[in-house]
Ligand binder design. Structure first.
Ligand SMILES: Cc1cc2nc3c(=O)[nH]c(=O)nc-3n(C[C@H](O)[C@H](O)[C@H](O)COP(=O)(O)OP(=O)(O)OC[C@H]3O[C@@H](n4cnc5c(N)ncnc54)[C@H](O)[C@@H]3O)c2cc1C
Length: 502
């Protein structure tokens, strides 16, 4: 059975010693009152929730999966998922970094980022239900009409309703310009939406009383290609003007995918048969609006692999300290035992240190990115807001692709540390590897992230964003070069002390 201990000290190190977030947040009126103790206390409680409530459901959820009742199109998530979600809502966790105007707690993204790392370490499949909801919240917050915000944001904030993103169709994944789902305008200002969506994460389930689908579709007069896509909000149950639930909307789960990993998350085929929706943002500009959700999701997917890398590393290093095989090249290290723990072997150490390096660097990169988002939203200085927006745009494809490509390598190393036992289900490592594989594919494959980085983010502005980032790195290195706390690594071999760090 795998174990998980929330890496609170490592998070505090990045938050307070590397980034000094409390000082940075003080400049933002929305977070000026926040202190270090409050951040640490929230994360401690969040870590308890993740490790004690969500983590124990991970292996069972993988083995049981989701089930569809074809008679009524209802989906049941694995045992315990619904109850854990109820506790999540009761604890106020969905509202952590949401806008107080809609019932949110208004805490900064840096706190939510750390919380989501812990949720993903504990159970990626479960975490996708609230994770997608938060993306839908952000999209409607940025582009919804006043009425859409009034009707949907409070319930997405509280977590009583969850959200999805419905882009993919059978014939179009990467190339959304080919999508065919149609939206017919109605006299009452709504639209009737007809088409088929596939691979919709959290597309149908029993965790919440309503599901708010954000659906891309074409209006009758839409131009060809990606310039003719509009965005609609399509609730599973129609919502009356007073916010109460109305009749069942005509959007149904037609099937669930049988897949390699994240079995606890329902990957739904959705049929829209004249489903009632309302337009989000402007006609034909839906892709731009949806990008708010996609960018949030890209950072979220990077965090999924960060979470899995951390939990895989924790287990691999514990195993390597216990498992006795062969003697160290430099002579016995556990002479009283029949063999040394495998952590003495250089190749095992290399694999563990690789995973640890990706976990620690990934944590620093994601928390730094979250801090830029907080400044982008709340800085009183317009130039700072613009710079931060540029930096976030630049690093978003890096967070997504770098952390998921290297998470895959790191988790595979962690499995390798277990030898044959890593391949056996009960140890949990093969699930982490299976779960991590999708992170390189969805939310735009990693190839698409690299095209986005180079094409739009670097060449698109003739390197202006990249230069901003380069300046930051240069000034950081300059400031730290004289830091006595970063000693040069000694060159002598067989250093005894370094084992303790693993
Ligand atoms: C478990 C799961 C959950 C998902 N959840 C959601 C969801 O919630 N909502 C949603 O809308 N979608 C979801 N998806 C869909 C996912 O985002 C797509 O699978 C992904 O975007 C790729 O599309 P595709 O599968 O059609 O592959 P394709 O677009 O057919 O691509 C196939 C291959 O061609 C490559 N390729 C394509 N275009 C180019 C190019 N221009 N240059 C170089 N290479 C290229 C791709 O990188 C890929 O390797 C999910 C998928 C899965 C499997």
């Amino acid at each position: 059975m795998p174990q998980y201990t929330p890496p609170l000290r490592d998070m505090q190190f990045v938050l307070h010693e590397v980034l000094d977030v409390t000082k940075e947040l003080k400049i933002l009126p929305a977070h000026a009152e926040l202190d270090t103790d409050t951040i640490n206390a929230v994360l401690e409680e969040g870590g308890k929730f993740a490790a004690e409530v969500i983590f124990p459901l991970n292996q069972g959820g993988d083995q049981e999966g989701c089930s569809l009742d074809p008679a009524n199109h209802e989906v049941r998530a694995p045992g315990g998922f619904k109850e854990a979600y109820e506790r999540y809502v009761a604890g106020g966790w969905p509202a952590l970094s949401c806008d107080p105007e809609y019932g949110g707690q208004g805490l900064p993204h840096v706190v939510n980022q750390c919380f989501y790392e812990m949720l993903n370490s504990s159970n990626q499949a479960w975490t996708m239900y609230p994770g997608l909801s938060h993306g839908a919240y952000e999209c409607l917050h940025a582009h919804g009409t006043a009425e859409q915000k009034r009707l949907y944001l409070p319930k997405l904030t509280s977590g009583e309703w969850t959200g999805t993103m419905c882009l993919t169709e059978p014939h179009c994944g990467t190339d959304l310009g080919m999508l065919r789902t149609k939206a017919e305008p109605q006299a009452d200002g709504t639209y009737h939406i007809t088409g088929q969506k596939i691979f919709i994460s959290a597309g149908e389930h029993d965790l919440a009383e309503n599901i708010i689908h954000l659906v891309l579709a074409r209006l009758p007069d839409a131009p060809q290609g990606s310039k003719g896509i509009s965005l609609f909000v399509v609730p599973k149950f129609l919502v009356r003007p007073d916010g109460s639930l109305g009749s069942r909307n005509r959007i149904y789960c037609g099937g669930l995918e049988h897949k390699m990993g994240i079995h606890g998350n329902a990957t739904a085929q959705l049929v829209l048969d004249g489903a009632v929706g309302t337009l989000v943002g402007e006609p034909h500009k839906g892709l731009a609006a949806m990008f708010v959700m996609m960018n949030a999701a890209r950072l979220g997917v990077g965090t999924q692999s960060l979470g899995l890398t951390e939990v895989a590393y924790q287990n691999a290093v514990a195993y390597a300290r216990e498992r006795l095989q062969s003697r160290a090249l430099s002579g016995p290290k556990a002479a009283d035992k029949p063999a040394d723990p495998i952590i003495v072997h250089p190749d095992v150490r290399k694999m563990l240190l690789t995973a640890r390096a990706y976990a620690e660097a990934g944590r620093a990169l994601t928390i730094w990115t979250a801090l830029q988002i907080d400044k982008e939203i709340h800085s009183p200085d317009e130039a700072v807001r613009r710079d931060c927006a540029d930096l976030v745009a630049l690093v978003t494809p890096i967070v997504k692709a770098f952390l998921t490509d290297n998470g895959w390598i790191a988790i595979s190393h962690c499995l390798q540390v277990y030898g044959g036992h890593g391949y056996i289900r009960e140890w949990g490592m093969e699930q982490y590897l299976r779960d991590a594989r999708i992170n390189m594919i969805y939310e735009g494959t990693n190839t698409i992230q690299s095209l986005d980085l180079l094409g739009r983010k670097v060449l698109g502005d003739a390197g202006a964003r990249l230069k901003k980032f380069g300046k930051l790195v240069q000034s950081f290195v300059g400031r730290r070069s004289a830091n006595a706390g970063i000693p040069r690594a000694p060159r002598r071999p067989g250093r005894e002390g370094h084992q303790a760090h693993l």
